[in-house]
Design a protein around this ligand. Structure first.
Ligand code: 13P
Ligand code: SF4
Length: 348
């Protein structure tokens, strides 16, 4: 039963003490996040993983790319475990190495070496390694502006992987007009959009997206503006440009939480991000009127793969001496990926 599982989780946590560390992303279910030693957005979770030197086992409650990043940043004696290997990220899976090599080749032919790659942390370790190897860096939704500025100081153009929306939203905020951005379609190996003045292009946006955040649409914003003009709209920058542009505020999960925390009692909010976080905000701030921007609520199915039974199973296997689902990034890939991550850490 759920009670037994919870009791078991507490027992194991007590037994392993500092040998065990549990980071939990803000999108995780309540039944799991209650056992996390730390919660955070992807940047914070990467930082705490890098700082933790003592835990032998890191049971990562989040998705695969986050666990890979934790493995890259922790010491050799530390083992990173993902309670369910099916907890991937559909956006991270939208860029693979073959596609990226082909795109890079085409971009080199088109722009020479006046281009630098940046990848959202929501990408595989291989893609991070590719970016590290070519002088680029990783970015998260909480430092994307700083990192895009950094990249523009280095080169005239940026290849931004794999989330076109975060790339577009960030560059637009920094003053790059939409006419100076094009989309690279990695399935067809072609540019999309108006490619008339190719010389003026500054942002090459990989055609990837988050299937959760694309569910928040302009029609939802308009419906609220018509019926409840006093409801503030707060979204994640993985939402499309039209939605971010029409909303009042946008930022990472950490920013969203902070914004709601600081809001005066009685204020009304519509939040455009993953369902578990929105539900938690609703529960924790009952003095404020909070709803999801999409009334249907938008769960991240892969984040939700980490449930209490998988979590406790993962802990149990540690106790039994046979841990499962170890995330181990190849050492050559890890060291190149670390270059990209370290270039980001300079700025946080
Ligand atoms: P942040 O927690 O960095 O805002 O990222 C959101 C996300 O989609 C993670 O997969
Ligand atoms: Fe990936 Fe989107 Fe889920 Fe985040 S919310 S893990 S970007 S699919």
């Amino acid at each position: 039963s759920e009670d037994e599982l919870r009791k078991r989780a507490l027992e194991i946590k007590r037994e392993l003490g500092n040998r065990l560390f549990i980071p939990g992303h803000h999108y995780q279910k309540n039944e799991v996040i209650e056992f996390a030693d730390t919660t955070g957005d992807s940047l914070q979770l990467a930082q705490v993983s890098a700082e933790n030197q003592e835990a032998e086992y890191i049971v990562f409650c989040g998705v695969h790319f986050m666990a890979e990043t934790a493995d890259i940043l922790t010491d050799k004696h530390q083992t990173v475990l993902l309670p369910d290997m099916r907890a991937g990220c559909s956006m991270a899976d939208m860029a693979n190495m073959e596609q990226t090599e082909r795109a890079w080749h085409k971009l080199q032919n088109t722009f020479g070496d006046a281009i630098i790659p940046l990848t959202y942390v929501n990408s595989t370790a291989e893609i991070k390694a590719f970016v590290g190897k070519h002088g680029g860096a990783t970015v998260t939704s909480s430092n994307a502006h700083k990192m895009v500025e950094w990249a523009f100081r280095k080169k005239k153009r940026i290849l931004f992987l794999p989330d076109q929306h975060l790339g577009r939203n960030t560059a637009f905020d920094l003053g790059v007009p939409l006419s100076e951005m094009i989309v690279w379609n990695p399935k067809l190996d072609v540019f999309e959009g108006e490619v008339g003045k190719i010389d003026e292009v500054k942002m090459i946006l990989w055609k990837g997206h988050c299937s959760v955040h694309e569910n928040f649409r302009l029609e939802h914003v308009h419906a609220l503006r018509n019926t409840e003009p006093d409801r503030r709209i707060l979204v994640h920058p993985e939402c499309t440009h039209e939605v971010v542009n029409a909303s009042d505020y946008n930022g990472s999960t950490k920013y969203i939480i902070q914004k709601i925390k600081e809001a005066p009692p009685g204020t009304k909010w519509a939040v455009g991000t993953e369902m578990n976080l929105v539900n938690r905000l609703i529960q924790q701030h009952q003095d404020k009127d909070i709803i999801s921007l999409n009334p249907e609520m938008c769960p991240c199915l892969t984040m939700n793969r980490i449930d209490l039974p998988h979590f406790v199973w993962s802990l149990d296997r540690i106790i039994q001496g046979s841990p499962v689902n170890e995330i181990k990034v190849d050492s050559e890939i890890a060291s190149l990926a670390k270059k990209a991550i370290d270039r980001m850490f300079q700025f946080v």
